[in-house]
Write a protein that binds this ligand. Structure first.
Ligand code: PMP
Length: 367
């Protein structure tokens, strides 16, 4: 018998368009202060953890059965949370908003179709586009402070006629929220679907409305949300969207049957019952964010105004050196976005004070 040859990825009949690609992934390093993936630093409270355990135990007794394929209760609960007159027929849920975005592209993108986004923005938009064989058309954010100039955006949409447009607001990694007029202008010009990725919606500053208010007048608009950030539930993988019921009919054609486990559904519904408590922590994080922006400015750093739970800051001649210096002090931030800047997630007050102290030391070493 022949000894098995070691097989590598090169030897497999992988799709040509995936050859040479690297998997997505921020480094998952064990560090004392992890400020690199825009997670919520507050773990579930003892009361929430106990409610989760109770409700999961109850669900466990029925795990021989498939879950509610349409996640009816969860979608109604999510609609109640969103308000704006929404109901469960206008809300859809999946395993993280990444799966939501993938289902959108499976239904509305695909071979021969194109998706457009305004960069720098969330790097998974082009990745999910590629994986669904949707051609990606990047457009530069040309407004000041990483804003999208509405005239440029409308022109780009009219010129390219994309099947799907992504508007991320607040934007990752810049923190920039879009005025509703920009979203409305793009929605009016777009021939296809417009997705407003509002993963960080709850962290917006006062006076920045959500695109949810535009849904009624724009049947091809989708607002995507997640429980990973404000609801501190990144480990549970729950994303959702609000859109016209016909959009949800379209997503039903591409979703896998029973895609959202019974455990996930009950965990998400339980966390929603604790919305007040969780949103209280969001308020604290917003204050911490505003204080961080102020401190960075006062200390001579360049900072993008942020409506999210992270801040993009610089300017560094060698940002990798700053990134490494922070890591040596136990603080992990993200090397992402414009080449002279770094992104830091807003953590607890104690974590941010360690970050500020370390940053002053490291930036003095690399003037
Ligand atoms: N959209 C944006 C803009 C994000 O930054 C993220 C997470 N980093 C996601 C979507 C996906 O989050 P999740 O799949 O955890 O919902």
């Amino acid at each position: 018998s022949q000894a098995a040859e070691p097989i590598t990825l090169e030897d497999l009949p992988l799709r040509d368009d995936l050859r040479g690609r690297a998997p997505y992934g921020a480094p998952q390093l064990e560090v004392p202060v992890a400020l690199n993936t825009n997670e919520n630093p507050y773990p579930p409270s003892a009361a929430l953890a106990a409610a989760l355990a109770r409700n999961v135990e109850e669900a466990a007794a029925g795990l021989n059965r498939y879950p509610d394929r349409d996640a009816t209760r969860l979608r109604a609960d999510l609609a109640g949370y969103l308000g704006h007159g929404l109901d469960g027929r206008r809300v859809w849920a999946a395993n993280g908003s990444n799966e939501i975005l993938q289902q959108i592209l499976q239904a509305f993108g695909g071979p021969g179709r194109t998706a457009m986004g305004f960069e720098p923005s969330y790097s998974m938009h082009p990745v999910i586009s590629r994986v669904t064989c949707t051609e990606w058309t990047p457009v530069e954010r040309s407004g000041g402070d990483f804003d999208i100039d509405p005239r440029t955006a409308v022109q780009a949409v009219r010129r390219n006629r994309p099947d799907v447009v992504f508007l991320t607001s607040p934007n990752n990694p810049t923190g920039t929220a879009l005025p509703l007029e920009t979203v409305a202008a793009v929605a009016e010009a777009a021939p296809g679907m417009v997705v407003v990725d509002e993963a960080y919606a709850e962290f917006r500053r006062e006076g920045t409305p959500s695109a949810l208010t535009l849904l009624e007048d724009h049947p091809r608009l989708i607002v995507s949300r997640t429980m990973s950030k404000a609801f501190a539930l990144a480990g549970a993988r729950v994303g959702y969207l609000a859109a016209h019921p016909a959009v949800i009919d379209a997503l039903q054609l591409v979703r896998l049957p029973y895609h959202l486990s019974a455990v996930t559904q009950v965990v998400a519904a339980t966390a929603l019952e604790f919305a007040d408590e969780l949103l209280g922590q969001v308020k604290q994080l917003r204050q911490e964010r505003d204080a961080l922006v102020e401190w960075l400015r006062a200390n001579g750093f360049a900072v993008a105004a942020s409506d999210a739970n992270f801040v993009l800051f610089g300017d560094f001649g060698d940002r990798s050196a700053i990134w490494r210096g922070l890591l040596e002090r136990g603080i992990l931030v993200r090397e992402v976005g414009p080449p002279h800047m770094l992104r830091v997630t807003v953590g607890t007050a104690a974590e941010m004070s360690r970050f500020r102290e370390a940053l002053l030391q490291v930036s003095a070493e690399h003037p």
